[in-house]
Design a protein around this ligand. Sequence first.
Ligand code: CO8
Length: 375
Amino acid sequence: TKIVISGTGVYTPPNTITNDELVDSYNDYCNKFNAANADAIDRGEMTAKQHSSTAFIEKASGVKQRYMMNKSGATNPDVMATELSDLAGSDLSDPSVSSQMAVAAAKKAMDKAGVTPDEIDLLIFSSSIWERFVPSIAVEIQRDLGTKGYAFDMAMGCSSATFGMSTAMDSMLSGMANKALVITCEYITPAMNYTDRDSHFIFGDACVAMVLEREAESKAPVQFRIKTRELFTELSYNIAAMFGSRVLMEPHKIMDEDQRFMQNGRTVFKELLPLVIGMVQKHLDSNNYSVADMRRMWLHQANVNMNTFAVKKLTGTDQDQDTAPIILDEYANTAGAGCMIAFDKYHQDFKEGELGLICSFGASYSIGCMIVERV
Ligand code: CO8
């Protein structure tokens, strides 16, 4: 049985936030912090906070802007944390913001695939961060969309979409499910620490959805057969967000900033890239392909320098939008969604028989590779 990606869809949040806007609020916050703690700073008991800058952000990350469900908190120096989206209802039982983002992305993906919700019998919500743990967000989306069968949540940081699609394939190949919807909804800015100069610019919110079908059954005009897949994990605490049930038991120990995203970006860069390059090369070799056989690579979107480095190492040529498209300049890092947002926006020009490589990498560490062929 061959499985195809028969439709993808992206939900882009309504609010754009530029580097200048973020830097202005961060620098205002910083000035207030330094003024409020001037005596302690003078006595050498505290370190003065340093300004952030748009030039640094663009050079170090390639991010020019990002989308957010709500930008009021991150742009307010007295708040410096994401506030509730306008989509959030007044009761906890109102549809979650994630479900509304997911429904919008899923409808686009299903339209492209030409399938209706009642044909979907597996829905996986696979994301780095969840708005809540119970009840399951996936089951809520199942209700809101009207899909059948079963639904569940799973998480694998930056590899949530690739691990999610692979898990869906396993269920389809075992006969448990027939048509699957995998949704990677990164409503991730609530987990950011906007008072942290090293990471306040990195992430944006977005949601991507993928329809997976059996090739023999799909009527979609554009299909990509998943030819190979490989997953890899190796533990690292260099990317972390410690929120979870332990916070309820040790509220005095797990402080607000520990619960939010933190990373040792330099170390991640140094440790993860060799793993990614080695795995991609090995994956191509063991499937009797060379990198030259790949018309395009849809890579994880964390940092432009990471992607240009990986492309140069793998292909010997410079990165360009045709070989390895970048979407993080517009969307910033969207965790698990990034590689599939790149896929959604850059696949229409593929001709029958052309091959491409999807590769996610990041938190945990995790890496997910897939070779796909335009059918
Ligand atoms: N403005 C001005 N200067 C700054 C700023 C700033 N905002 N921030 C840092 N600096 C300064 C530093 O203080 C440092 O100064 P000095 O040299 O005097 O010490 C200097 O700039 C250089 O700092 P760095 O060495 O830290 O800068 P880098 O060039 O390494 O860039 C990056 C920092 C952008 C973080 C970069 O290292 C990077 O992106 N690395 C890759 C990280 C990565 O890919 N991580 C994976 C991301 S995780 C993910 O994709 C999904 C996570 C999902 C889990 C989420 C759970 C909630």
